[in-house]
Design a protein around this ligand. Structure first.
Ligand SMILES: [Zn+2]
Length: 295
């Protein structure tokens, strides 16, 4: 178990230790998701991009060293400068470009808890990581408590906060007309998610948020996940189902009085690991996260 944890640490600690990461080989690529809506990938959380008659609009911005490459990828699609950046949550692999984007003229917007957590030193227990407070220029300028709607590029972009899920700072971005949802890290497409219990994250919240997104969308909706490829409704449903299955097994073992180590040893994810445990969160680590976040 120690070895598994160490391996995960090396891979997953990277987001929060961005300054030690080598970005020189990272290529930023754009994939069209719907008319006027793209997903940008590079390193870190997936970026949502809306272009059109109003201007350029981003959801999340990865890491600071990638800002030039992100802006170049956008420039290949539209000459318009970035007007808004919305952060889905506070993690550095989604907000690391904020300062650069703000200096380039974008207005930074996020749930008030994003600003609160970015304003002070944070600690992510799973990785034993301290994350220093962000500089003033990286902080969201406009904050909201429940939801905010952008009437932009002929679309209605509804950004709404969900109760603690991946963190207590999460928002979902719904491009209503384009029929695209940026889920932030509430959805890891094709792998077990990291749930940041140090930031108020909880398995039940992730399941509830997935249910809410499914309830508010239709059969043809495309999903930009926080991590992983663009997903379909079936992908999000499968993710919700595996989370529920693992959650129920872990909850039962915990209710029987089993310790954290005993629950992990019981391998409640075993039959799902071949499909869902090949990402950066392995079955054992996910079991521990679920155990920790259950009441
Ligand atoms: Zn995250």
């Amino acid at each position: 178990m120690k070895a598994g944890f160490a391996a995960v640490f090396v891979l997953v600690a990277a987001p929060a230790l961005a300054q030690q990461q080598d970005f020189s080989k990272v290529e930023v690529k754009a994939e069209k998701v719907a008319e006027g809506v793209y997903m940008l990938t590079g390193s870190g959380g997936n970026i949502g991009l809306s272009v059109g008659k109003s201007g350029t609009y981003l959801i999340d911005d990865q890491y600071a060293p990638l800002s030039d490459r992100i802006l170049a990828a956008i420039k290949a699609i539209t000459p318009d400068p970035v007007r808004f950046v919305v952060n889905t949550h506070w993690h550095g692999d989604h907000t690391g470009g904020n300062e650069n984007m703000g200096k380039a003229g974008a207005l930074l917007i996020a749930h008030e808890n994003v600003r609160r957590r970015m304003s002070s030193e944070q600690f992510i227990a799973l990785f034993g990581n301290k994350i220093p407070a962000s500089p003033e220029d990286a902080l969201p300028v406009v904050t909201f408590t429940d939801a905010i709607t952008f009437h932009w590029n002929g679309d209605e972009i509804r950004v709404y906060h969900v109760p603690p899920a991946h963190t207590d700072t999460d928002s979902i971005g719904h491009f209503v007309r384009a029929d695209v949802v940026h889920t932030g890290d509430v959805f890891f497409n094709g792998s077990y998610p990291f749930i940041d219990t140090s930031s108020g994250g909880r398995i039940d919240g992730v399941i509830e948020a997935a249910e809410r997104v499914l309830a508010g969308t239709g059969p043809a909706t495309r999903f930009i996940p926080g991590h992983g490829p663009v997903g379909s409704r079936a992908d999000l449903q499968a993710y919700r189902d595996v989370l529920k299955a693992v959650r129920d097994r872990v909850a039962k073992l915990k209710a029987e009085g089993k310790s954290r180590d005993e629950v992990i040893a019981a391998k409640p994810t075993a039959d799902h690991d071949a499909k869902w445990g090949t990402g950066f969160i392995k079955g054992d680590v996910f079991t521990g996260i679920v155990y920790d976040s259950l009441p």
